[in-house]
Design a protein around this ligand. Structure first.
Ligand SMILES: NC(=O)c1ccc[n+]([C@@H]2O[C@H](COP(=O)([O-])OP(=O)(O)OC[C@H]3O[C@@H](n4cnc5c(N)ncnc54)[C@H](OP(=O)(O)O)[C@@H]3O)[C@@H](O)[C@H]2O)c1
Length: 287
């Protein structure tokens, strides 16, 4: 599998998004573990998760626990796998998503995530979403303390503007390693942040890179150019979407979600699709 850098680590150019295995509509535990094991078999070494990937209020960290269990039961060395989790979002259990960016909350959440993941230090910890009620600098200050105290090895942010990327990197003394924003054929308004990350050499992780759980099946139906290139190459429109994202900049690492083994097995094949300049231009025009 092709590799891409993220901070001091190198990971597979395609990661696995854990959310579909833990929120509404999730599969049973057995299929989720099989999905994570299939990703590992395919050479995936980046798994994205969050403490908020759960359904009921009583099961905070459902996805983190699932990933920890899958890594423990894999039966081979998983020390090269980077588990990237997040804090700052909450799910009260009614289907909604709320935020808490208070520094003391973020610090306690990171400690709890480390315990669930069964690690001394979290490989990559991402501040999930800015909290309008808390100055951004205060939330990022918590990440800085977590880094300095060794609770986390690397720090990232999510759902951030260009100004917030710069502010976070300044507060972290240049130690910001990743930005995770929504980006897909259907949602391109984060292109500016993607290009900013490329200039800074910071990894950019497109979330919902196929358009999201409910729209992922429709990439070809909604975007003619993706269907056309897919037909030309005997690939799927979803694989072309991932190949296009990878082609936009060498810092892009898509994290397609999956809740069945075949989904992630198909997604990783996108790393070997080398799109031509004309194909990339046509795909970039098909908004
Ligand atoms: N930072 C944030 O605020 C934020 C927000 C949302 C998501 N995320 C992260 O980003 C990850 C990805 O986003 P997402 O899961 O919302 O949406 P997505 O990756 O755009 O779509 C996920 C769906 O695509 C299907 N799929 C995956 N690979 C496929 C392929 N090769 N061909 C056809 N279908 C395929 C999967 O189906 P099956 O379920 O049938 O396998 C899955 O349900 C999440 O899992 C999560 O880790 C972060």
């Amino acid at each position: 599998m092709k590799q891409r850098p993220i901070g001091s680590r190198t990971v597979s150019a395609i990661g696995l998004g854990g959310m579909p295995m833990s929120i509404e509509g999730r599969p049973d535990r057995e299929r989720s573990i099989a999905t994570i094991h299939a990703a590992l078999d395919a050479g995936v070494t980046l798994i994205d998760t969050a403490d908020a990937y759960h359904e009921h209020a009583s099961e905070v960290g459902h996805n983190e626990s699932l990933i920890a269990e899958a890594l423990r039961s894999y039966g081979a060395d998983t020390s090269g796998v980077l588990v990237a989790t997040k804090g700052g979002h909450l799910r009260p259990g009614d289907g909604s998503w709320t935020v808490n960016g208070r520094p003391e909350y973020i610090k306690a959440a990171a400690q709890a995530s480390a315990r669930r993941l069964g690690v001394d230090a979290i490989g990559l910890y991402q501040f999930h979403r800015p909290d309008p009620a808390v100055p951004y600098a205060d939330s990022i200050g918590a990440l800085r303390e977590l880094l300095d105290e060794g609770v986390i090895e690397m720090a990232g942010i999510s759902n951030a503007t260009i100004a917030q990327i710069d502010e976070a990197n300044r507060i972290l003394d240049g130690r910001l390693v990743s930005v995770q924003n929504q980006f897909s054929p259907a949602f391109r308004s984060s292109l500016g942040e993607l290009e900013h990350c490329a200039r800074l050499g910071i990894a950019f992780l497109p979330w919902s890179p196929l358009g999201g759980i409910t729209r992922a099946a429709d990439v070809g139906a909604r975007h003619d150019a993706f269907q056309t290139v897919a037909d030309d190459r005997g690939a799927s429109p979803q694989q072309i979407a991932l190949a296009w994202e990878l082609a936009l900049a060498p810092i892009v690492i898509p994290i397609p979600g999956a809740s069945r083994p075949t989904s992630i097995q198909n997604s990783v094949l996108a790393v070997d699709i080398e799109l031509s300049r004309d194909e990339i231009a046509a795909l970039s025009r098909d908004a």
